[in-house]
Write a protein that binds this ligand. Sequence first.
Ligand code: NAD
Length: 327
Amino acid sequence: MKICVVGGAGYIGSHTVCELIDAGHRVIIIDDLSNAAKSAVHSEASFYNVDITDSRALDTAFKVECAAEPFDAVMHFAAKIVVPQSVENPSLYYYNNVEGTRSLLETMVKNRCKNIIFSSTASVYGETETGVCGEETPTKPTNPYGETKLAAEKMIAWFAKAHNMNYCIFRYFNVAGAHRSLKIGLWHENITHIIPATIEAAIGMRERLIVFGNDYNTPDGTCVRDYVHVSDIAHAHLLAIDLLQKNRSEIINLGSNRGFSVKEVIDEVSKRRPVNFEYGNRRAGDAAKIVASNKKAKELLGWSPERGLAEIIDSDLAFRQKKAKIG
Ligand SMILES: NC(=O)c1ccc[n+]([C@@H]2O[C@H](COP(=O)([O-])OP(=O)(O)OC[C@H]3O[C@@H](n4cnc5c(N)ncnc54)[C@H](O)[C@@H]3O)[C@@H](O)[C@H]2O)c1
């Protein structure tokens, strides 16, 4: 099939592109490289360096690719994703994540593209009573990042109704790990994701890890999250293509049903390398516990994560050591 991957040079997008190409699909990547390197663009994919908020440039790319046939599916990974930055600069997040999605949807409609798979987030749930989220859990984001992803979700559902489109909205929980080739993984300056940040502290890429708060209402006082390997997330996207072909529209959690505290992550990394860390203040917008119920993903897609926390940490550690040339 012919699949457009928007944000396909980014962390999760590039892993999904690998899975798609390995499965024999034709892939067209659209990415403005605002948070990715050109080297992350798969050599077997077509590539357009386009900002999705630039509707005219986006439409030009779609016109070229969809002249004969529309895309079988559009996978939309492109977003600004840093929670504290969204608290400081909500305008950037509303423009990129909401207006960017509107521009993409409008372009899809103009070019007869009916199927969208959207990367949403567990942040749409915010602080819940139990911290365990099913898709029916009320959405109450606690930061602009989560608000903009929820606004995009709702917009997709309204476009689908108006224009007879199908959507699969995936709410990812915490995504981590690297590709088995160790060629791609999460690699940025000032990484805020807890697993790579902990590993950076363990292999000397940062002086120490600051844990944002140990006074939450959790067993050890640190925040609890649900971690999923990036290749498991990528695989779910391939399964979603089949769901869309059946004219289904769904919102589906991609999580593991299991939470680990930040301290438990540090302990797991410490089994491999000692971690230099200290406790700091809470960070704006963080909920105490966010763990998925992944029942729906199992039922509808036959999906559950194949890799656990130890494999996630092993793969990120191996990737980071290779990339930083640390033995
Ligand atoms: N990483 C996680 O743990 C996580 C968790 C939940 C949800 N998500 C969602 O998954 C998606 C992908 O996240 P990621 O971690 O791979 O992030 P990422 O920043 O690595 O990837 C996003 C990609 O989109 C591109 N992009 C951003 N704005 C763009 C624009 N206006 N036009 C064109 N390209 C643009 C960036 O250059 C980047 O390559 C995001 O939508 C994010 O909200 C991620």
